[in-house]
Design a protein around this ligand. Structure first.
Ligand SMILES: Nc1ncnc2c1ncn2[C@@H]1O[C@H](COP(=O)(O)OP(=O)(O)OP(=O)(O)O)[C@@H](O)[C@H]1O
Ligand SMILES: [Zn+2]
Length: 471
């Protein structure tokens, strides 16, 4: 049986809805008339409502988007407006720049400048989370231009150097150092000091990270902490073990591993796992928020250290105050304009390892092609791969024996068993450590016919056998 009472209720409801719709349309056209857009269609009407600027300085769209943040007393409307009016320069769109730019733009920073001269490589995307597979080969800043239409992104697809740094840095309130090399770190520091900008500086190497805010509230600058750049000629600093031994203050240029003051080398400082730059990059973003919203940031000056291995993972160390004799921020500074930073640091604006020259000339070295002939001709020899075991497991040349460089420092019977008297060839990733191995094999084991393979596995992969992957 039909329920006429229910039908009537449905009809009444439909009528009420229709009349409410008419009323809404009427109100919307009145709103249009008042805001001067009588012709606008429904989509634009919505936009207009979103764009209404409230007395507190936020638009309706911003109130909707940032509502959860607005409810937090530490941010609230004042903080959100401060974020909106702030501009932040992020140097480097890599491991640290990815999370810091993602979070800063998502949370409402009004303008972000992103500078990087590199393109996305497939080996970047495991940690440089702003880039995706489809962007491999694309400029990093283009790839990172993202997400939040409420944040203006200025992209600089270029190298930050002494010629452009003052102009670029001057356009922003806060600077984030998300770079990876000493020359850039000193450059950014000096520009920030000269222009009086706070500098949030982070680094992540291997399993360790660090974070500090420099040049802020009368605190120290990067140069106050590290007046001298790390040694540029890595060879000069080889420890007895054959692994780079760098003093603690030099290590801090990249990181202080606090679980264990591990030495690390320029060649291995690329080994980093995704979470470390992610964590440090997020903390850089957090420091920016504190600076911009006027919360106390880094007071007294501290350096936050992160270590994957240690628990708890974080440790805070108080750092020195501003150095009166600092050459850039001290009482009588001698640096009043930017200098030649690659020259000062003895290394360029990148973290690419340089080719070492431990072995002079060709008497103890062969090219990949020359070694290729020896291998193809089955001429008796011993091929020693001096990389760490972890790297050896990634890829190696058939027939090579893995003896990590550090094991060559002390005379060992096992190694003597391998050295049969045939000529010895040494190989590593790029042909740097393998030069040191030649020195050790001669010094410790008295091997006379010992040769480094110039260019290492990378050279072998590009010149001889492209099936050997470059990593
Ligand atoms: N002076 C500079 N100007 C512009 N970008 C810079 C400068 N120095 C460093 N960078 C950028 O900072 C980023 C540092 O990030 P990260 O070390 O994670 O990346 P990467 O160099 O791509 O990594 P990998 O060493 O594995 O190749 C890089 O994208 C690099 O191009
Ligand atoms: Zn200083």
């Amino acid at each position: 049986m039909k329920d006429t009472g229910t039908d009537q209720k449905v009809l009444d409801l439909e009528k009420e809805i229709a009349s409410l719709r008419e009323r809404v349309a009427e109100l919307e056209s009145q709103l249009d008339a008042k805001s001067g857009h009588p012709e606008s269609g429904p989509v634009e009407k919505e936009t207009n409502v979103d764009q209404i600027l409230q007395a507190n300085g936020l638009t309706n769209a911003e109130i909707k988007r940032f509502s959860r943040q607005l409810l937090i007393p530490e941010i609230a409307v004042e903080g959100q407006v401060a974020l909106k009016n702030a501009s932040v320069l992020i140097v480097g769109a890599g491991g640290l720049g990815s999370p810091s730019s993602l979070y800063l733009s998502a949370m409402g920073i009004g303008r972000i400048g992103l500078i990087d001269h590199d393109v996305v490589d497939i080996s970047n995307i495991h940690r440089q989370v702003i880039h995706t597979e489809s962007r491999v080969g694309v400029s990093k800043v283009e790839s990172a231009r993202n997400v939040n239409s409420l944040c203006k992104i200025d992209i600089y697809d270029t190298l930050l150097d002494s010629a452009n740094a003052m102009e670029i840095v001057s356009g922003y309130d806060v600077v984030v150092d998300a770079s990876d090399n000493p020359a850039t770190r000193y450059l950014i520091n000096d520009a920030c000091v000269l222009l009086n900008k706070p500098l949030v500086s982070g680094s992540a190497v291997r399993l360790d990270g660090q974070l500090t805010t420099y040049n802020y509230n009368g605190g120290p600058c990067y140069r106050c902490m590290f007046p001298k750049p790390p040694p540029s000629n890595a060879v000069m600093n080889c420890s007895e073990t054959g692994v780079l031994g760098i003093g603690m203050s030099s290590m801090i240029h990249n990181t202080i591993p606090f679980g264990n003051f591990n030495v690390f080398s320029k060649e291995s400082n690329k080994k980093t796992i995704i979470l470390v730059p992610g964590i440090i990059g997020c903390l850089e973003a957090l420091e920016v928020v504190k600076i911009v919203t006027g919360s106390k940031a880094n007071e007294p000056p501290n350096m936050l250290l992160f270590s994957y291995k240690s628990y708890p993972h974080f440790r805070n160390v108080k750092i020195r105050s501003r150095r009166k004799d600092c050459v850039v921020c001290g009482d009588s500074p001698t640096i009043s304009e930017l200098i030649d930073y690659p020259q000062f640091c003895g290394s360029g604006y990148n973290d690419k390892p340089t080719q070492w020259k431990i072995l002079d000339g060709r008497s103890s070295q062969v090219t990949c092609r020359e070694y290729g002939k020896i291998k193809a001709g089955r001429i008796p020899h011993v091929l020693i791969d001096v990389r760490d075991e972890a790297e050896f497991k990634i890829v190696s040349l058939p027939g090579s024996i893995n003896i990590p460089l550090k094991n060559l420092s002390e005379d060992s019977p096992e190694i003597r068993n391998i050295l049969t008297g045939d000529p010895v060839y040494t190989i590593c990733k790029r042909g740097n450590y393998s030069q040191m191995a030649v020195v050790k094999l001669k010094e410790v084991y008295g091997v006379r016919d010992c040769f480094n393979i110039i260019g290492g596995l990378d050279g072998w992969s590009s010149e001889i056998d492209s099936t050997i992957p470059s990593y």
